[in-house]
Ligand binder design. Structure first.
Ligand code: HEM
Length: 147
């Protein structure tokens, strides 16, 4: 229960608009794994990574990702209710060529973003709480990916 409260509080403290935080997260992701940029079919029209990230299609995906995280945070008491959605989401990412290993790099990028945004309030227990939640999400997506 303590973990859930920490996650909810920290997520809320990022403010209503999560997209700028999502941009930080995806900048980090593409820094760690530049090849992922190539999986977006619409990446051809942009020059640099930063240009790509600022394009409407990328912003759209960042928004979608943040909505999934938001859904997970709101369903912390009942993550199982997201199971079908996450299985399907994993399947869709298999179809667009995302490897399950990359989901872990997304997790690292999520933690990086939280660290940047939360500063001193980002603590080891908070990090662990987020890791635990994210691993539930990724495990469902990975199962869907493999189905
Ligand atoms: C769709 C790539 C991680 C959530 C897509 C699409 C691509 C993509 C190419 C289809 C085009 C689009 O809708 O923009 C990636 C890559 C990832 C990644 C390279 C890095 C590993 C994630 C994660 C989440 C997520 C971690 C959520 C936790 C979504 C959603 C959609 C989507 C909600 C829309 C699916 C639908 O059309 O129903 N992703 N994705 N993605 N992605 Fe990702």
């Amino acid at each position: 229960e303590k973990e859930k409260e920490m996650i909810r509080d920290s997520w809320e403290s990022l403010g209503r608009n999560k997209v700028p935080h999502g941009m930080v997260m995806f900048s980090r992701l593409f820094e760690l794994e530049p090849a992922l940029l190539g999986l977006f079919q619409y990446n051809t029209s942009c020059g640099s990574t930063q240009d790509c990230l600022a394009s409407p299609e990328f912003l759209d995906h960042v928004t979608k990702v943040m909505l999934v995280v938001d859904a997970a945070v709101s369903h912390l008491d009942d993550l199982l209710s997201l199971e079908d959605f996450l299985l399907n989401l994993g399947r869709k990412h298999q179809a667009v060529g995302v490897d399950t290993q990359s989901f872990a790099v997304v997790g690292e990028s999520l933690l990086y973003m939280l660290q940047c945004a939360l500063g001193e309030t980002y603590t080891a227990p908070l990090r662990q709480a987020w890791l635990n939640m994210y691993s539930v999400v990724v495990s469902a997506m990975s199962r869907g990916w493999a189905q």
